[in-house]
Design a protein around this ligand. Structure first.
Ligand code: GDP
Ligand code: MG
Length: 246
């Protein structure tokens, strides 16, 4: 096979014990987004994640132990920044994010329509029906709380603030590569992007169900997250108001 041209686009995939789901995700990326380089951030997996990723042609960044998703996300953006990629995508390792939807997000960013495009299950329009996703009562409660707390802080509504499907340009990389202090890195990311004045677009997308295994975010962990996020937003709101008064 002839060597591939160096790519200006990296797609990274945070993964913790996703050896069973990764092959389909990486095959889909290779088929539907062949021009992009792929990085798997293997966060101390104890299964075949790293081997499977390498076997499917991805670059692998392995942590010696599990550091948590927020470190995986920062590391993905840091890698992209250090390697001077112009465009970066992020998808889950569990098959939830169709690559054709990521391609749409990347097109918005490449076309200069925004600096960051976030794939949204809850936004509608462009042929994407409202209320096409139903979730468990506890997730619905968490999402509703989060939307309310976010609106005054972001100065706009944001319907799917914990989505992990992202496309960004190089301007966003140093901002998103900074370590995250909370358990809600995506929410923190939205706050940082707003503070930096970057254009963020929430784009309606279809998502699938996790291909196999269980979400790492459920039960107590999910409840804890909602409380952390709401706490973070309140603190941020107070800090913001104080700063405004000075
Ligand atoms: N790097 C890293 N990735 C993680 C960790 N926990 C979850 N992930 C990955 O983050 C993505 C989202 O996690 P998931 O369990 O699907 O959460 P959900 O989509 O919100 O239900 C998946 O690709 C996971 O493999 C972690 O501790 N470290
Ligand atoms: Mg998932």
């Amino acid at each position: 096979m002839a060597p591939r041209e160096p790519s200006d686009t990296l797609v990274f995939v945070p993964a913790w014990n996703e050896g069973a789901n990764l092959p389909a995700v990486l095959d889909e990326l290779r088929t539907a987004l062949a021009q992009a380089d792929v990085l798997v951030v293997d966060d101390g997996s104890t299964d075949t994640t790293a081997d499977v990723a390498r076997g499917h042609g991805a670059e692998v960044l392995s942590f010696g132990e599990n550091r948590g998703l927020r470190e995986g996300i920062a590391a993905g953006y840091r890698f992209a920044h250090e390697h001077s990629y112009r465009f970066v995508g992020r998808v889950d390792a569990d098959g939830q994010h169709p690559v054709e939807e990521l391609t749409r997000l990347l097109d918005y960013v490449r076309g200069g329509e925004c600096d960051v495009a976030v794939g949204s299950r809850f936004a509608s329009g462009d042929g994407y029906e409202p209320f096409r996703y139903t979730s468990s009562a506890s997730r619905r409660f968490g999402t509703a709380l989060l939307r309310r707390a976010l609106r005054p802080v972001l100065g706009r509504s944001f319907l799917d603030a914990t989505s992990g499907m992202y496309a960004v340009n190089a301007k966003a990389l140093p901002i998103l590569a900074e370590p995250y202090g909370s358990g809600a890195p995506e929410v923190e990311a939205l706050l940082r992007l707003r503070a930096a004045g970057l254009q963020v677009k929430e784009v309606p997308v279809h998502m699938r169900d996790r291909a196999g295994g269980e979400s790492k975010l459920r039960g107590r962990k999910a409840l804890q997250l909602v409380l952390t996020v709401t706490g973070t937003l309140l603190l941020y709101g107070i800090w913001h108001r104080r700063r405004g008064r000075r």
